[in-house]
Design a protein around this ligand. Structure first.
Ligand code: ADP
Ligand code: MG
Length: 322
C-alpha cells in the first residue's frame, strides 16, 4: 500500500513531545529555551551522490544526517535542544523510511533531543536538518579566538584517529584494498560519526576557538586561522591515526588525516594542556595536541626532523573546479 505524505510523517517522524511546547503537526513548532540562554542554530544538508553513497544503509544515513548537525552544535559548545527535518524522497517506502527514522531518532534519544517538525516532499533523495541548541551568553566556542601560544588539538576515538572516513571513501573508489574487518571499521567511521557534544560542553571556558572537522583538517584549521588572524605549525608525527590507517602508505596516511574530510571530530585551540586533558577525560574521548598557534600567518606542517611537509591538498569546496 502506498504511503501518503501525511501518513509517513505520522508513522515515522511523529512522537509525543517532551520538552517542546508544540511539536510535529502544526504550522510552527514552539520551543521554550531556558531563560537567559542564547540560541545556537545550524543547518546541514546531505545530498545523495555528494555527501553519501547510495550504498549507505538507511539507518546509518539517518544517524549521519543528525550527527553532522549535532557536530556543529558541539563545535560551538552548545547543548542540543531540538531539530527539524526537511526531507526529499524519490519514493515513500516503509523499508527505507523505518530504518532511516530509527537511526536518526536513536541518536536523538542519546542526546535527549526531539524532532519538532520539518517538511516532506517528493524528489531526489536529500535530507536537510536544522538543529537548535543553547549556550550561556559569551560562552559559545567560536572560530575567531585562537591566540599565539595556544596548543592546536584534535579529538578522536580512544585508540583511533583521524582519516578513517576518507580511507573508506578511497576503498569504495577502488584506490585502496582493505581486509573485510578493516573495511567495516573504516566504513563505520564514514557512516556512523559520533558528534562530540560532551566534549564541546566540557571545552567551554577551556578552548579559545573550535571548529568541527567536516571538510579536512587543513581547510578547517585554515578557517580558524583566518578568523583569528593568526598562523600555526603542526607536527605531522603527532597526527593521531588508527592502526588501520597507520598500516597504509605514509602518503595516504598524511592525505587522509590532513585532508580527509568527514571526520566530525573537534579541532580546537587552548592555552592550558591540563584543562584540555580534564575536559577530554570528562567527555570520554581522546584529545591530542598536534601543533601550536603562532603570530606569523599561514599554516605549516613539519616532520620529525623539522622539515616542511608539502601540502598539495585544499579543503573541500563544493564549487571548486579542479
Ligand atoms: P505546512 O503545510 O504548514 O508546511 P506540512 O503539511 O508540510 O505543513 O507538515 C505538516 C506537519 O508535519 C508540520 O508540523 C511539519 O513541521 C511536520 N513535518 C513535515 N515533514 C516532517 C518531517 N520529515 N519530519 C518531522 N516533521 C515533519
Ligand atoms: Mg510544508
Amino acid at each position: 500500500m502506498a504511503l501518503g505524505e501525511f501518513d509517513l510523517i505520522a508513522r515515522f517522524f511523529t512522537r509525543p513531545v517532551r520538552r517542546a511546547v508544540l511539536g510535529v503537526g502544526d504550522d510552527c513548532a514552539l520551543l521554550q529555551p531556558t531563560p537567559g540562554m542564547q540560541l545556537a542554530v545550524s543547518s546541514d544538508m546531505l545530498v545523495e551522490g555528494r555527501h553519501f553513497l547510495s550504498t549507505v544503509p538507511p539507518d546509518r544515513l539517518g544517524h549521519k544526517a543528525l550527527a553532522v548537525n549535532l557536530s556543529d552544535l558541539a563545535a560551538c559548545g552548545a547543548r542540543p535542544l531540538a531539530f527539524m527535518l526537511a526531507l526529499a524522497l524519490p519514493r515513500a517506502e516503509e523499508a527505507f523510511l523505518a530504518p532511516l527514522a530509527q537511526g536518526m531518532l536513536a541518536l536523538a534519544d542519546e542526546h535527549d533531543i526531539e524532532l519538532v517538525g520539518g517538511d516532506t516532499t517528493a524528489g531526489p533523495l536529500n535530507l536537510c536538518i536544522t538543529v537548535f541548541g543553547e549556550v550561556p551568553p559569551g560562552q559559545a566556542l567560536r572560530r575567531d579566538g585562537a591566540r599565539p601560544g595556544d596548543g592546536v588539538w584534535v579529538s578522536h576515538p580512544v585508540g583511533g584517529g583521524l582519516g578513517d572516513a576518507r580511507l573508506a571513501l578511497e576503498a569504495f573508489r577502488g584506490r585502496v584494498t582493505l581486509s573485510g574487518e578493516g573495511f567495516e571499521q573504516a566504513r563505520r567511521a564514514m557512516e556512523l560519526p559520533q558528534p562530540r557534544v560532551a566534549l564541546g560542553l566540557a571545552l567551554r571556558g577551556v578552548a579559545t576557538s573550535a571548529i568541527d572537522l567536516s571538510d579536512g583538517l587543513l581547510g578547517d584549521l585554515g578557517h580558524v586561522l583566518q578568523r583569528s588572524a593568526v598562523g600555526a605549525t603542526l607536527q605531522a608525527d603527532a597526527l593521531p591515526c588508527s592502526a588501520l590507517l597507520a598500516g597504509q602508505s605514509p602518503a595516504l596516511r598524511l592525505e587522509c588525516t590532513l585532508a580527509g574530510g568527514d571526520d566530525y571530530e573537534l579541532l580546537f585551540t587552548a592555552p592550558d594542556d591540563a584543562a584540555v586533558h580534564a575536559a577530554a577525560r570528562d567527555a570520554g574521548v581522546a584529545a591530542t595536541c598536534i601543533g601550536r598557534i603562532e603570530a606569523a600567518p599561514g599554516l605549516r606542517v613539519v616532520d620529525g626532523a623539522g622539515r616542511t611537509v608539502p601540502l598539495p591538498w585544499r579543503g573541500f569546496d563544493h564549487f571548486a573546479s579542479d
